[in-house]
Design a protein around this ligand. Structure first.
Ligand SMILES: Nc1ncnc2c1ncn2[C@@H]1O[C@H](COP(=O)(O)OP(=O)(O)OP(=O)(O)O)[C@@H](O)[C@H]1O
Ligand SMILES: [Mg+2]
Length: 226
């Protein structure tokens, strides 16, 4: 049997999540620009590639080969063969590519896919906001599809989310409303502090208290707890 958790590549982050990314669920990372969301996605991806698996990576913001190469630390060329990269240009393509990804998950030859990443899940949704509830409905549809893949293929899904200012509640919140909050079984908020230090705080988890956190800095190959 496969272990229940998949490592993020960082012990402090694995601890925060109760051992790593949980299979069959969506883990969401949200936070302000440059807080480290993509870094964590790449780090978890490289950890999975290093373990010999394949990864499906849906990148809506322009995949940085340079950053991937840094995090992969000299193994980028070898890992690239097992990194299935999708770069949707609009929200409709995001849905199509999610469906296309299933072909790779189903594949029985070669290294199995053990992680599916979507960075970010809401950037393209943001461009559809004038559609109001219909946009939200479509986003939920994408996330339910993603969750379905995670369940069917027994792998974790890792998504990132952007924040906005919720004026009514006077706080920043992740996009996608309560629908995305419900569908994500673990949620981590990243915050930028002084001197390049970031904090990762658990905002939602099924078996760990909310509010647990650790501080880290971003490094060449990922993050380092401080
Ligand atoms: N090699 C490196 N060493 C140290 N810090 C780095 C390195 N490469 C990038 N960074 C830092 O990482 C930060 C960007 O992190 P990342 O791209 O993970 O953020 P993000 O939350 O995904 O941002 P966005 O919302 O814009 O997508 C920047 O502050 C940048 O200075
Ligand atoms: Mg990013």
């Amino acid at each position: 049997m496969k272990p229940d958790r998949v490592s993020t590549g960082n012990p402090a982050l694995d601890d925060l999540l109760g051992g790593g990314l949980e299979r069959r669920t969506i883990t969401q990372i949200y936070g302000e620009p440059a807080s480290g969301k993509s870094t964590l996605c790449l780090m978890a991806t490289v950890a999975s590639l290093r373990a010999g698996n394949s990864v499906v990576y849906i990148d809506t913001e322009g995949f940085s080969v340079e950053r991937f190469t840094q995090v992969a630390g000299g193994h980028a060329a070898e890992f690239a063969d097992r990194l299935y990269l999708f770069e949707p240009l609009d929200f409709a393509q995001q849905g199509t590519m999610l469906a296309d990804a299933e072909g790779l998950l189903r594949k029985r030859d070669g290294a199995p896919v053990d992680l599916i990443v979507m960075d970010s899940a809401t950037a393209l949704y943001r461009t559809e906001l004038d559609l109001g509830r219909e946009a939200l409905r479509r986003l939920s549809h994408h996330m339910i599809k993603l969750l379905g893949l995670a369940k069917k293929y027994d792998i974790p899904a890792l998504i990132t989310n952007q924040i906005y200012m919720d004026v009514e509640r006077d706080r920043v919140a992740g996009l996608g409303g309560t629908a995305l909050e419900h569908l994500s079984k673990a949620i981590i908020r990243l915050e930028k502090k002084d001197n390049g230090v970031r904090r990762a705080m658990l905002r939602k988890h099924r078996s760990r208290p909310e509010g647990l956190s650790f501080e880290f800095v971003i490094t060449e190959d990922g993050i380092r707890a401080v």
